[in-house]
Design a protein around this ligand. Sequence first.
Ligand SMILES: *Cc1c(COP(=O)(O)O)cnc(C)c1O
Length: 371
Amino acid sequence: MPRPIAATIHTAALHHNLQRVRQSVPDAKVWAVVKANAYGHGIERVFEGLRGADGFALLDLAEAERVRHLGWRGPILLLEGVFEPRDLELCSRLGLWHAVHCDEQIDMLAAHKTQVPHRVFLKMNSGMNRLGFTPARYRAAWARLGALPQVDEISVMTHFSDADSPRGIGHQIEAFNAATQDLPGERSVSNSAATLRHHTDARLRSDWVRAGIVLYGSAPDFPENSPAHWQVQPTMTLSTRLLAVQHLQPGDTVGYGSRFRATEPLTIGIAACGYADGYPRHCDTGTPVLVGGVRTQLVGRVSMDMVTVDLTPVLAAGVAAGFGTEVTLWGRASTGAILPIDDVAQAAGTVGYELMCALAQRVPVVVEGAA
Ligand SMILES: *Cc1c(COP(=O)(O)O)cnc(C)c1O
């Protein structure tokens, strides 16, 4: 029998979360952002749940090929554009739309031979200071692109640094609007956080929202708001089973470095999941976990292949007849109980994004609800 660990991808939850985005912005088209192998879920595994989107956005050309290979004939957007001249050949061949964020990318386009002009998204650096033309240089870039026979329609785009937090979008959207007001073409501005939190802001017009994390059931502004607040559902469950039970006496310690010491008699369970599965080693005593659907906590350090959990609230748990009680590291237990990935990420000092993306290769993945 293989190790009992598995990740489950919930197709119905992906579909639900996409509908949730549509509710927020009924007039916008939705890019389903599937970069980083669909935030660790697997592009092929989320395709069924997200095929109701208007397009797929990603960064990696090989991932774009995979989306086309799935039979998707609609829009695909390269969020960082091309990296070298020959990437443009793939764009022409597969009909990929691409961001343009720097002069070098315009140079490459100008030298590119193509029968079909490309649809491009000209990116403004409105304050994030990663990619894009500054507001002062934006219109010159627009004019240069517009004069190229290789270019079809130009859309305008920018990306928010603080849509999830108190600073908000004001400083960026003002700059963006001022520089793009009279430019034709579609606008793509909002990420998940802006889509959920700022869709009623009159300054924000996004013909194409770029929804990432919200589709995967994590709250972009956790802990201020939870996934339950935004009515999104977990799309990835990481679950395993108990391998053993230990009965500790006061003074007994648990795991490497004896990080946990029992002060009273304590029953703990040993579960088959460790940092080599993508479970963060930064989690320690106190990190929430579900055993048999009951919320309890980790005790002691995460090791490569195992974690240790407090069984106090669920003393019936065990390994009877070689079949250990279900342990849910994040996502949905068989009982229906939910442990948001955000709660676990917080305990590890990170965000849900990182945990999803770090799911290890060795974990078998099951797609629930696939056609
Ligand atoms: C990743 C990404 C998004 C999606 O961000 P979320 O916070 O996951 O919604 C949107 N736009 C760009 C340019 C991105 O790189």
